[in-house]
Ligand binder design. Structure first.
Ligand SMILES: Cc1cc2nc3c(=O)[nH]c(=O)nc-3n(C[C@H](O)[C@H](O)[C@H](O)COP(=O)(O)OP(=O)(O)OC[C@H]3O[C@@H](n4cnc5c(N)ncnc54)[C@H](O)[C@@H]3O)c2cc1C
Length: 231
């Protein structure tokens, strides 16, 4: 056994069966996002965390052994943000899929793997709406949306992801968990660290839970075509 095998075995043994993937065939799907980087590295393992605690364990292990961590969600990114690094691990939160909607305070507490479309659907049950709409909304996740501050056509009128993130739970590089922001627009005491984390592409920490602001559902939309005789 090499030193590398021993260190990975330590991680495999610490987490429940099936959480850490080391089979090269299974690892293949964790190497690239939609940027399809031909230079993508060969990770040692992919950790499919099921809880914040799993993320903490993996990050602490990585810090101890000086192993690079690449956070990953649905892998629809077009800029290679979740491209794997040789000798590193891919930390996927694809198994963290809980959501709770509170219609009274118009907010949703979501784990990172919920697809944007699933958050919209859960909000719609209560007559509410989650506006950020990257055109990949049916295939990309809230964790990825937060890490990239995603926006789509609706951002012109309604704003982008950061305008709907009230609070975050984040695992930092040393494995500590912090809670930023809160459940209300008025939870603004201290530095605005929530805004700093949104759009940080996983470089500051791994998002394990987000509190999202919802607004009342909009009336059905219609399309209007207008023509003008001059510019
Ligand atoms: C057809 C198509 C259309 C698209 N249209 C748009 C668009 O209109 N607007 C737009 O903004 N984008 C668009 N995108 C890009 C992409 O869908 C978005 O960037 C999306 O937010 C990525 O989400 P994901 O779940 O796939 O994240 P991934 O691709 O897995 O990751 C994206 C980045 O987030 C980091 N990350 C992932 N999860 C976490 C986490 N839990 N904590 C911390 N960091 C994390 C990764 O390390 C990486 O840097 C499009 C992509 C496609 C394929």
């Amino acid at each position: 056994m090499t030193v590398k095998d021993v260190t990975i075995a330590e991680l495999v043994d610490t987490l429940p069966a099936g959480v850490v993937v080391t089979d090269p065939d299974l690892l293949e799907k964790y190497r690239r996002d939609r940027a399809a980087d031909p230079l993508a590295g060969q990770p040692l393992a992919a950790v499919r965390a099921e809880s914040t605690e799993h993320v903490q364990i993996a990050v602490r292990w990585a810090a101890r052994h000086r192993v690079a961590v690449v956070p990953r969600e649905a892998g629809t990114g077009l800029s290679g943000g979740s491209t794997a690094v040789t000798g590193g691990i891919v930390l996927s939160t694809e198994r963290m899929r809980a959501i709770r909607v509170d219609p009274l305070t118009r907010m949703a507490v979501v784990q990172p793997d919920l697809l944007n479309a699933e958050v919209k659907a859960a909000a719609a049950v209560h007559g509410l709406w989650y506006p950020p709409d990257p055109s990949s909304f049916e295939i990309c996740s809230i964790g990825g949306n937060i890490a990239t501050n995603a926006g789509g056509l609706c951002c012109v009128k309604y704003g982008v992801t950061t305008d709907y993130v009230l609070g975050l739970e984040v695992v930092l590089a040393d494995g500590r968990t912090v809670r930023l922001g809160g459940q209300r627009l008025k939870d603004v005491a201290g530095l605005s660290l929530t805004k700093l984390f949104v759009g940080s592409e996983g470089t500051l920490g791994i998002v394990t839970e987000a509190t999202l602001r919802l607004i009342p559902a909009q009336p059905p939309s219609s399309t209007l075509v207008a023509t003008f005789p001059t510019t």
